[in-house]
Each structure stands twice: as structure tokens, then as C-alpha cells.
Design a protein around this ligand. Structure first.
Ligand SMILES: NC(=O)c1ccc[n+]([C@@H]2O[C@H](COP(=O)([O-])OP(=O)(O)OC[C@H]3O[C@@H](n4cnc5c(N)ncnc54)[C@H](OP(=O)(O)O)[C@@H]3O)[C@@H](O)[C@H]2O)c1
Length: 284
């Protein structure tokens, strides 16, 4: 049985490849990447697959029985067609099961909602594909906040528009454990899992970071409008709007949802402090 992972050169795809190797060995894992050299370090067979090319996926999925489709990074309207290229190529190649990395979030009412809607459309496409399927709806990764720590420390604070909204942070490593389960365990087919940790506020996030890094960060709430302007100034219109929309969603409770992680994996999700300790150990 060959299991293929798309976007294997990215951080999530690579983490899932490594988790799968630990379960079934290198011979059974295929890394598919738009830029194959970026996935060469994984030490498994690498095949080329750009989401814009149905033809590349027709080739890349030959002999593959299970597939993990990692959601793309393009604008929402473009993503739906890109994901369809992969789903249709999988179907015509006789792939038995497709697993998709979707997202937790509000379908309406935030600047992030168009992205959530595009994920929901791909979920519908996966369910209607005729293949077995499992879907994970990912919580927010904690790693970007930790990669941003120096910036937070310079400011002495974490500032965003989440307010008192609670967020169920996860990590790519925790997600990799969950996706390996979905790829390997038949009883997960036909199910959609929210892959989320314990809900915490931004003040509690600052406290958890302080407890691990011995820092003294505070949390400062900004208005949605002020934070959006701040993010667009730093990241540009597209990414700034997305990031501000994510925190707007947290403010509105979009990420304060029950988690199916333990049901799927058979143990509780790691606590925020443990996620942060793990990151610190891996990035000393
Ligand atoms: N839950 C969250 O907090 C969160 C946060 C960020 C992103 N996400 C979502 O999760 C996904 C994976 O995140 P990540 O951390 O792995 O991101 P990442 O490390 O930035 O990796 C992005 C990957 O997308 C690949 N890619 C870009 N355009 C592509 C295309 N047209 N066809 C095929 N591959 C393409 C890149 O390939 P190259 O090597 O060729 O560049 C790279 O492997 C993202 O795509 C996004 O949808 C979720």
C-alpha cells in the first residue's frame, strides 16, 4: 500500500510524512511536491505535483492507494479548482481513500470566511468523490506565534483583535498524529474530525509563553479595524486580511469549539504549555 502526501515540502506535509514513516516505513510513503527538491530531505520517493496541473497529479498518483490532500495557499476561488484537480486525478487513478486537511472557522462574518467557505466546498467535493474519505478541520497552529516571539518581546506584548475570544491552539506535530490515524485506520472513513487543543484566551497564551520562556509578555486588545490595518501594512492586502480575519474569528468564538482529537487519537491533545515546551526544545 502506497500513501501519498501532497505539499510534502511544506511544514505540515513534511511533519505528516515523518509521522507516517514512523508507522509504516519509507517504502510505503510517497511525497508529492510542487517543488520536488524541497521535499528531497524526507528520504522517500518524491513525485512532482502542482495543484494547478491535473496532468501532474494523473502521473503522481499512479499506484497510490491512499492520499492526503493538504489544503493549498492560493486565493479561495482558485483553491477550489486546484483541489478538484487532485481529487479528480485520485478518482481516475483508483485511489481508494482521500483525506483532506480542512479548517475550523466561521463560514460567514469575518475576513477569513471566504477561505473557510473554500475549504467547505472542497470538503463537499471530497465527500461526493465516490472514494472513501476522512476530513480533519484543523485548529490554529501555535508555531507561528512562537516564531514571532522576538517581535512580541520587542513590543513587550502580544497585540491583536481576538479580545477575550478563546482559541483551541494545536501544532503541526499533533495534527500529524491525527492525520496518520485517518490515513491508516479504516474506521475513520466517512468522518469529519475537529482537530483542536484546549481553548485559551490571548492573555492565557501570553501566560503560557511566559511560563515556558520566563518572559513577561502582556496581551493588548486592538479593534478589528486597527489590527487589520496593522497586518496589511506588514503583510500586504491578501495575507494581512487573512491573518486579521483569523483573529476576528477568534474574537467571535469561531475557534472555541469542542475537539474530536482524543476520540480519534486515543489520548488527550497536548496542553498549550506542552506545545510551547516542545517548540522550545525543537528550536533552542
Ligand atoms: N491551521 C493553521 O493555523 C494554518 C496556518 C497556515 C496555513 N494553514 C493551511 O495549512 C496548509 C499547510 O500549511 P504549512 O504550514 O505546511 O504551510 P507551508 O510550510 O508554508 O507550506 C506550504 C506548501 O504549499 C505548497 N504549495 C504552494 N502552492 C502550491 C501549488 N500550487 N501546488 C502544490 N503545492 C503548493 C508549497 O510548495 P513549495 O515547496 O513548492 O513552495 C509548500 O509545500 C496551508 O497550505 C494552509 O492551507 C493552516
Amino acid at each position: 500500500m502506497k500513501i501519498a502526501i501532497t505539499s510534502a515540502s511544506g511544514k505540515l506535509g513534511a511533519t505528516i510524512v515523518k509521522q507516517l514513516i514512523s508507522k509504516i516505513g519509507k517504502e510505503s510513503v510517497v511525497a508529492i511536491a510542487r517543488t520536488p527538491q524541497n521535499a528531497a530531505h524526507l528520504g522517500v520517493e518524491v513525485r512532482k505535483g502542482d495543484y494547478n496541473s491535473r496532468e501532474q497529479f494523473d502521473e503522481a498518483l499512479k499506484g497510490v492507494s491512499r492520499l492526503l490532500l493538504v489544503s493549498g495557499m492560493d486565493a479561495p476561488d482558485k483553491r477550489i479548482g486546484q483541489h478538484r484537480n487532485v481529487i479528480q486525478a485520485a478518482k481516475s487513478n483508483g485511489v481508494e481513500k482521500v483525506v483532506y486537511t480542512s479548517i475550523i472557522g466561521l463560514e460567514e462574518g469575518t475576513a477569513f470566511s471566504p477561505i473557510v467557505q473554500s475549504n467547505r466546498q472542497t470538503e463537499a467535493d471530497v465527500r461526493a468523490s465516490g472514494m472513501d474519505w476522512s476530513i480533519g478541520r484543523n485548529g490554529i497552529y501555535i508555531e507561528p506565534d512562537l516564531e514571532y516571539l522576538d517581535t512580541y518581546l520587542q513590543a513587550g506584548e502580544i497585540h491583536n483583535c481576538a479580545g477575550d475570544g478563546r482559541c483551541t491552539y494545536t501544532s503541526r506535530a499533533e495534527l500529524a498524529v491525527a492525520y496518520a490515524k485517518m490515513l491508516l485506520d479504516d474506521h475513520t472513513s466517512g468522518k469529519t474530525y475537529r482537530l483542536a487543543g484546549q481553548p485559551i484566551t490571548q492573555s492565557e497564551l501570553a501566560e503560557a509563553i511566559n511560563s515556558v520562556y520566563h518572559t513577561n509578555l502582556k496581551y493588548k486588545e486592538l479593534s478589528v479595524r486597527a489590527y487589520k490595518e496593522d497586518r496589511i501594512a506588514e503583510l500586504g492586502e491578501f495575507m494581512g486580511t487573512i491573518i486579521a480575519g483569523i483573529y476576528e474569528g477568534i474574537r467571535k468564538g469561531a475557534n472555541d469549539v469542542p475537539s474530536d482529537f482524543e476520540t480519534l487519537v486515543g489520548r488527550p491533545h497536548l496542553s498549550p504549555a506542552q506545545l510551547i515546551r516542545n517548540f522550545q526544545q525543537q528550536n533552542p
